[in-house]
Design a protein around this ligand. Structure first.
Ligand code: B12
Length: 328
């Protein structure tokens, strides 16, 4: 008789061990998205196969790479493998000086770190959560930390809140701690860039009324790690003030990040906001618009005299920032 791992009727503990996903995540993906459909024993316990383990492992890696579980949960194995190959090819090498761990390997290792952080937050153990975040920051290279930890972590916390397992104060506690850590990271990476960046200077902000900061903060980190000189102006900026600040700083590129918010949350609708920004921004400055407004269906609502560059994801931005090394 083989061990529990060799048999095909694996229990959830064994599947968790083999896939690197927590039991909580496996049950949630099963219940909400039918990611796997285990058989049941006579006594009602779930039993999994090695095929389920392989599938869950693959889903874990893809989710860490930024895919939503909703979009990938029901795809056949062949398509999951194609997605994985495409993403791995698109991944960009870490900056010189970054940890030697490759982004792909980092991403595969991220889920347990995310689970630990979420569990500490659920227990309201904020000091431990801070330590775990610092540990992840040290352990993973910049890109793995951004794409493998920060983005999926914020999304996981969003799910926990909307499912009622986490309170708004817990979400705020994480936002505040992570925001502080990312701010420090950005400063460190940006140190010394001003002297050597040449024309690769970029200002970042979000529109007045939009308090979601992580899109622009993570963008600033990617830019600084690529040697761009970053002027981080923060979230919630009125259009005219923002344009004047960028003119004063003489930044050739302004990147405005937008969260997936209903326009009623904003001070003014996107259309008016970007029109004002366009009118007041120096004609030579490039306007880059990132996040929700960059989605094809939202772009139509924006009318600017200058051609804006729309960047939907952080992955896309990263590729643009790197390519600009050659062209600017
Ligand atoms: C943290 C958070 C907050 C924090 C933000 C703190 C901070 N310092 O940033 C606080 C508490 C302030 C907040 C407030 C609110 N929030 Co909120 N928030 C979130 C949460 C949990 C995480 C957002 C995040 O940081 N994600 C990480 C980013 C990096 O990932 P992403 O948003 O998926 O973005 C991807 C792309 O869009 C793109 N991208 C995003 N930004 C940018 C920018 C650039 C430059 C580029 C290139 C790319 C890019 O890259 C990312 C990776 O691919 C989300 C839940 C979720 N599922 O995302 C809700 C969420 C965004 N919030 C939501 C809502 C409704 C609100 C509130 C209205 C709640 C309320 N009733 O008060 C307020 C609005 C406040 C305001 N006026 O801005 C909704 C929006 C849904 C909708 N369509 O309306 C969400 C989706 C939660 C939900 N399911 O209901 N929130």
């Amino acid at each position: 008789m083989g061990t529990a791992f060799e048999r095909e009727n694996l229990n959830i503990k064994a599947v968790s061990h083999l896939s690197g996903l927590s039991e909580h995540t496996i049950r949630a993906w099963e219940r909400r998205y039918s990611a796997v459909n285990p058989a049941r024993t006579d006594t009602g316990h779930r039993t999994y196969t090695m095929g389920d383990v392989e599938r869950l492992k693959l889903l874990g890696v893809l989710v860490n790479q930024g895919h939503t579980i909703r979009m990938v949960a029901n795809l056949p194995m062949e398509e999951l493998k194609v997605l994985l190959t495409e993403h791995t090819h698109a991944l960009i090498q870490p900056s010189p000086g970054a940890s030697v761990e490759s982004p792909a390997r980092g991403a595969a290792d991220c889920q347990p770190a995310i689970d630990e952080i979420v569990e500490a937050l659920l227990r309201f153990d904020l000091p431990q959560m801070g330590r775990l975040l610092s540990k992840a920051r040290i352990r993973f290279d910049i890109r793995s930390f951004v794409f493998g930890i920060c983005v999926p972590l914020m999304r996981a916390v969003g799910r926990e809140v909307s499912d009622g397992r986490m309170t708004i104060s817990q979400e705020h506690a994480l936002s505040s701690l992570l925001g502080d850590q990312l701010g420090q990271m950005m400063q460190t990476l940006n140190d010394g860039n001003a002297e050597k960046a040449g024309s690769r200077r970029i200002a970042l902000a979000s529109p007045e009324g939009d308090l979601h900061e992580f899109g622009i903060l993570l963008s600033a980190i990617l830019a600084a790690s690529e040697g761009w000189s970053v002027q981080y102006l923060g979230p919630n900026l009125p259009a005219v003030d923002l344009a004047q600040a960028v003119n004063r700083l003489g930044c050739p590129v302004l990147l405005v990040g937008t969260a997936d918010l209903h326009e009623s949350e904003l001070k003014q609708p996107w259309r008016g906001y970007f029109a004002d920004l366009d009118r007041h921004l120096h004609p030579a400055s490039a306007l880059w618009i990132g996040g929700a407004v960059a989605r094809a269906q939202n772009r139509v609502a924006i009318a600017t005299q200058r051609p804006a560059r729309y960047i939907e994801t952080l992955d896309e931005l990263d590729a643009i920032l790197m390519a600009a090394k050659q062209s600017l």
